[in-house]
Design a protein around this ligand. Structure first.
Ligand code: ADP
Ligand code: MN
Length: 175
């Protein structure tokens, strides 16, 4: 069962931190009029977490609270979701799952520039080398809605936003 009642599609943009999810989502929201939901921001803003993880230096997100918070909006449609994970969202939520990918050395520079170092930096580079998010997306969603897009350069991003904008404007609910 897919998109039975939504009039607008929901898109998930995932990928290793630093691959350009937020920048891409913002541009895509601007181009399509769909609503960008940054899960990291939402979790902080609405306290949808169970505290701080010292090892991974991030909030321990409460997946049930996040899903409950978003259910109504997702049912309505028109959401561009931005998160570096994808295995706990209901499969029925998404019409398209985009996995952004970045060349390791480019990603290394972006993450160091963001102040990442040590284990946090190497964990994220490893995550990209092993294509962790692409595997997770393929395991969690129908392979025919999962698309991997390169995000090394501004040109890559413009092309992705263009392609996705066209896809959104051609989208029809199957109902
Ligand atoms: P994420 O949300 O996946 O962590 P961001 O969108 O915050 O990634 O991007 C991280 C940094 O990399 C930002 O400074 C952004 O401008 C830059 N960036 C992201 N994608 C690209 C790209 N395709 N080309 C050039 N710079 C990019
Ligand atoms: Mn981000």
């Amino acid at each position: 069962m897919v998109n039975s009642s939504r009039r607008k599609p929901n898109i998930l943009v995932t990928g290793t931190p630093g691959t350009g999810k937020t920048t891409t989502c913002e541009a895509l929201a601007e181009a399509t009029g769909l609503r960008h939901v940054n899960i990291g921001e939402l979790v902080k803003e609405k306290n949808l977490h169970d505290g701080w993880d010292d090892e991974f230096e991030c909030h321990v997100i409460n997946e049930d609270l996040v899903c409950d918070e978003l259910e109504d909006s997702m049912e309505e449609g028109g959401i561009i979701m931005d998160y570096h994970g994808c295995d706990f969202f209901p499969e029925r939520w998404f019409d398209c799952v985009v996995v952004l990918q970045t060349d390791n050395s480019v990603l290394y520079d972006r993450l160091s520039g963001r102040g990442y170092s040590g284990t946090k930096l190497s964990n994220n580079i490893e995550c990209e080398i092993f294509q962790t998010l692409l595997e997770e997306a393929k395991e969690s969603y129908s392979e025919n809605i999962v698309v991997a897009l390169r995000s090394d350069t501004i040109e890559d991003m413009s092309r992705s936003v263009e392609t996705l904008t066209e896809w959104v404007s051609n989208w029809r609910s199957s109902a």
